[in-house]
Write a protein that binds this ligand. Sequence first.
Ligand code: PAF
Length: 276
Amino acid sequence: MRIVRDVAAVRAAVAGAGRIGLVPTMGAFHEGHLSLIRAARATCDLVVVWLFVNPTQFNDASDLVTYPRDEERDAALAAGCGADLLFAPTVDEVYPAGFATTVTVSGIADVLEGAHRPGHFAGVATVVAKMLNMVRPDVAFFGAKDAQQVAVVRRMVADLDLGVEIEVLPIVREADGLAMSSRNVRLGPEERRRATALHRGLEAARTAVTGGERDAGVLVRTVEDVLAAGAITAEYVAVVDPDSFAPVATITGRTLVALAARVGPVRLIDNLEVAP
Ligand code: PAF
């Protein structure tokens, strides 16, 4: 596996390569990232892993400063999963002097994460547009944990005719249900134990739907009660359409229950699809 830092090198490497798979990441790899790289390896001729801690999508400066980084470890893990190229550009390569363009996606990007993290999705959409143009992949692989990010990227790809397939892989969870996240390493032992309430809350909502509950308000309270028992107050618990992220009042079909909560200093998100 080669590590490249600039667009010219990545373009030379992908030229004439057949089906190109791109795995966008900010590093600090866990099994969720590795599942994306393995899926790319299984279906593509050339696998490019993008590793860039994108400053423009952090609305909280301390989150950017404390975001875990270990390129050497990430490179070894990516190589172990069969990646061909690790594209780890510098900030100047992505945002050269004079850079003045922002991609904003209206609607989907304005609610939930968009409302709680102003500017976040403009940063995501801009850097994803940028990486898709730099690498020009046939397919890009995303994880379902960032469900709203997936919906925003899909909307942007369709609206701008970017001509790339978007593959979404399921959330990878720890044995106790906690969704894998690069930020989990910042949880203390007590916080790590309490954080399992996020998944338990979502499972409680799913059990309620299986038991016949259709009222989104009741589902929200069900999740909040489980979080409260774990001494966690949610930033939001929302019941939404999984594609448009429009609020859902009554469960009639595929529906997403999504949440964000701070556990100690760490902000975590999780979601679960439910259906009658
Ligand atoms: O999901 C992530 O890791 C990031 O938001 C992404 C897509 C790599 C853009 O920086």
